[in-house]
Design a protein around this ligand. Structure first.
Ligand code: SF4
Ligand code: SF4
Ligand code: FES
Length: 248
């Protein structure tokens, strides 16, 4: 059975904007993205929204629903009551382009700053050998669909534009952790995670893990182990002695 739902949608651009009220029909089984599409078809043909797969796999329909970072295509209307007013706003951490579409290029910049997988020099393809346990450890991180909901929710940058330069955000700290766990990666990851990518700014609140649509345990399985390895390195007596002797 259909019903009329009350929506408040943010409309505007980088110059500013406001919430606009709409009443729109909802049918059984629909998600918030269906309602946005119905609005475009019937009331607001110029409402901007980014989407591609409508299956929770492309990561492009990220926005905030009632202030929570969500994929619009995976947020079921059945999670609200018929009396609820549903507010849809763009991701708060990134600059708005128009309406529900934000400029997420911050994330691409951070991705570029991380050196790619670096196997030992001279190791030929086919000579790579890994234990199954090492393969499985990073498997979880590779489920990431780059929706940037974790980047949006992290309080280090959410209301702190000034931290963006020095903080890669959970998605990219997780990428550094993944590479650091890789038994064949020989690039230096630990010092740079701390000094260049802001690992120390993360205070393991786990908010990033809570919003991840892929249910990746970003904090428990990537950020905390990475922090532990950084601390181990700092307080390892042999490393300390080596630094004293060779890094004057
Ligand atoms: S655990 Fe760290 S990276 Fe994740 S939201 Fe909290 S501060 Fe940000
Ligand atoms: S880690 Fe999760 S929340 Fe973050 S970008 Fe990847 S899929 Fe999205
Ligand atoms: S449209 Fe692809 S994840 Fe929502």
């Amino acid at each position: 059975m259909g019903y009329d739902a009350n929506f408040r949608i943010w409309r505007g651009d980088i110059e500013g904007g406001e919430l606009q009220d709409f009443t729109v029909n909802v049918n059984e089984g629909e998600v918030v993205l269906d309602i946005i599409h119905r609005l475009q078809a019937t009331q607001t043909p110029d409402l901007a929204v980014r989407w591609n797969c409508k299956a929770g796999k492309c990561g492009s329909c990220s926005a905030e629903v009632n202030g929570r970072p969500k994929l619009l295509c995976m947020t079921r209307m059945s999670t609200f009551t018929e009396a609820d007013v549903i507010t849809v706003t763009p991701l708060r951490t990134f600059p708005v382009i128009r309406d529900l579409v934000t400029d997420v290029s911050f994330n691409y910049q951070k991705a570029r700053e991380i050196p790619s997988f670096t196997p030992p020099p001279g190791l030929k393809a086919g000579e790579y050998r890994m234990k199954q346990v090492d393969v499985e450890r990073s498997q979880e991180f590779r489920k990431c669909i780059e929706c940037f909901l974790c980047q949006d929710t992290c309080h280090v940058v959410r209301d702190h534009e000034e931290n963006k330069e020095q903080f890669a955000g959970p998605r990219y700290l997780m990428r550094i952790a993944e590479l650091d766990m890789h038994p064949l990666d020989v690039a230096e990851r630990r010092d740079s995670a701390q000094a260049e990518h802001g690992l120390g700014l993360c205070n393991i609140t786990k908010c990033c893990s809570e919003v991840c649509p892929e249910h990746i345990k970003i904090t428990d399985n990537a950020l905390i182990p990475m922090k532990e390895r950084v601390v181990d390195r700092k307080y390892d007596p042999l490393v300390w002695l080596g630094n004293k002797l060779f890094r004057r």
